[in-house]
Design a protein around this ligand. Sequence first.
Ligand code: ADP
Ligand code: MG
Length: 392
Amino acid sequence: MSARSEPGTPVADRATAGFRQRYGAEPAGRWAAPGRVNLIGEHTDYNDGFVLPFALPLRTVVAAAPAPGGRWTVWSELDDEPVEFGPADADEPGRVDGWAAYVAGVVWALRADGHDVPGARLAVASDVPVGSGLSSSAAIESAVLAALVDLGGLDLPAGRWPRLAQRAENDYVGAPTGIMDQSAVIRGRAGHALFLDCRTEEIEQIPFDLDGAGLAVLVVDSRAPHRHADGEYAARRRSCERAAATLGVSALRDVDVAGLDAALARLDDDETRRRVRHVVTENQRVLDTVALLRAGRVRDTGPLLTASHASMRDDFEITVPEIDTAVEAALSAGAYGARMTGGGFGGCVLALVDAGAADAVAAAVADAYAERGFTAPGTLTVLPAGGVTRLG
Ligand code: ADP
Ligand code: MG
């Protein structure tokens, strides 16, 4: 029996309804974690560089209550069947697979960190699109983490949550992601973007007052099928690591724009030179974006977004026709800047637009898609939202 509610029901109500229907009891509480989008800074994370994500107003909500017997049962509205597991399953990555691995992974990471994790029943509902690059994975991990920390009264300062949730995804699920997603989802603050130094893991909240500037970010889900994304990602990463070794630096972060030409001259193939140029200039664009936002010049960041896209398209070569079409259509329709966001080969585009023009820009993107016969894109207008929280 499915506990899926009517479309349009708020996500927190769906989590509660799912919990009641599945377990025949009231949840002890509800915890919500947002998706995220990266404003700028692509493929800079594994080069020890800079990223600037912000949390989205779309959230994953976990309704939960302690359960006797020290086991965990989790149900998600994405799947009719709940999944149950115990400590032995949680302690061995691979024993729980599929979507529930994201939940078991959090239990695993907490236990590996020495915490006595309470058994629990959980029900998950989400408005974050799954697998679109808006980090539904970090959202479910972080909401589950918050629930288990609260239910167990665990002593775990928030500063350590991102690393723990990342471990769940890297080591239990087996997905090799950086620290950005979990940092944005956990530490995000309304009206701010999160400036993250991926080398030091230092974070800084940067005012990103779209609302005050009469602006919004339009997020376009390209709906492009992911083409060879894993292999291409690994190839880009290897290329960057080889270049860093050739240049005698520990990561491309150590090359700055002033030293770029000299660095490029020491590399002997054109493809590697283009890869390095993307990473070095992209790091600088993050720093430039942060400087503009600190000065309250939100609209002026547009050209940096567009330059980031050109760099991903021409130098890093990670865009696809749907993505380039969305960016071009948004710019033609008056966006101040637009770029692909996320690892590439599909995923989402974001565009900086006047709040009042968001619908028209979205319509222009949909028209351009229709002209080329692409599957219709998803569109969403957003302002930066807050990170993981317990709901009242
Ligand atoms: P993204 O994080 O970009 O959405 P990922 O592939 O990293 O894409 O994570 C998506 C996976 O996370 C899903 O395939 C599923 O296994 C899990 N997941 C995310 N949200 C939910 C949810 N609400 N219920 C169950 N599983 C979820
Ligand atoms: Mg993910």
